[in-house]
Design a protein around this ligand. Structure first.
Ligand code: SAM
Length: 280
């Protein structure tokens, strides 16, 4: 779609949008690249898209050009609003912008299902937002999929499998209720200014129900305890969780001498059920 909007370098010059570190600003100025990220989110035509941190709007333009029914963008930096208003004018009634902190804004009242979240996240709040989106009070959540840019190292933690150094709480929290894969890797030079590290886009699609039954709070608590002392054997790392932890580990098919990073999701869920007394 031709939207007659100016190149992003001109937008940045016109509106004097010099990137600020305090806002975690690393902009994507290549519209071919932002279109690729938008396409990684799948068919957008019947969906509302939530975008956190649109900045000068490169990804926003990709999402609209790829056919998103509506984009709701939340931006903390007021300097970006005039540039975003130009995009809103080029796509009548399809872009709504809220000035504010994505950690504080209640988005639900502005969105109609199905909802996809697509963002080049500010690195300082990316993991926190992901954890919030993955741990709502009730499941399924308000969104169907998340297509998110992270530092490569964080992306690797999200998709990691047991036995790897990257495997941990983030891997388990996401993989318990969703499928996650890395769909695009980007070098620092893809951004303006270039960050110090490489980035990657992770595509996460939610399951209707968790992969294995377990109480969310119990599961989070036992996984946190296990990985907080990841070099220790589980019988020691989980001692504070339950006085008879060794018996419960045996009952769950887990060797008490194993370490947290060797244990797969199904066994963690089984242990959580034993802790809750759901398995006799
Ligand atoms: N999406 C743009 C792009 O791809 O070029 C900008 C991405 S930049 C990595 C992150 C953006 O998030 C910046 O525009 C920044 O101002 C904004 N931002 C930072 N913290 C935020 C917060 N707490 N809530 C909403 N936006 C935030």
């Amino acid at each position: 779609m031709i939207d007659n909007l100016p190149p992003l370098r001109d937008v940045i010059r016109t509106h004097d949008l010099r990137a600020k570190k305090s806002f975690g600003q690393n902009f994507l100025l290549d519209l071919n690249l932002t279109a690729r990220i938008a396409r990684a989110a799948g068919d957008l035509s019947g969906a509302d898209v939530l975008e956190v941190g649109p900045g000068p709007g490169g990804l926003t333009r990709g999402l609209l050009a790829e056919g998103a029914r509506k984009v709701l963008a939340i931006e903390k930096d007021a300097r970006c609003l005039p540039a975003l208003a130009e995009i809103a004018a080029a796509y009548p009634a399809r872009l709504a912008v809220i000035e504010g902190d994505a950690l504080a804004v209640d988005v639900l009242e502005h969105l109609t299902p199905p909802v996809k979240i697509v963002s080049n996240l500010p690195y300082n709040v990316g993991t926190e937002l992901l954890i919030r989106w993955m741990t709502p009070e009730v499941w399924p959540p308000f969104w169907d999929s998340l297509t998110l840019m992270f530092q490569r190292e964080v992306a690797e933690r999200i998709v990691a499998r047991p036995g790897s150094k990257a495997y941990g709480r983030l891997s388990l929290m996401v993989q318990w209720r969703a499928n996650a894969r890395i769909v695009l890797s980007l070098p620092p030079e893809a951004f303006t200014p270039a960050p110090k590290v490489a980035s990657a886009v992770v595509h996460i699609t939610r399951l209707d129900a968790p992969r294995f039954p377990a109480n969310a709070k119990t599961l989070e608590r036992v996984i946190a305890a296990g990985f907080n002392q990841r070099r220790k054997m589980l019988r020691a790392a989980l001692k504070s969780v339950h006085p008879q932890i060794e018996d419960l580990l045996h009952a769950s098919g887990i060797a008490p001498t194993a370490r947290a990073e060797e244990i797969g999701l199904e066994a963690w869920c089984c242990l959580a059920r034993h802790l809750d007394g759901e398995v006799k």
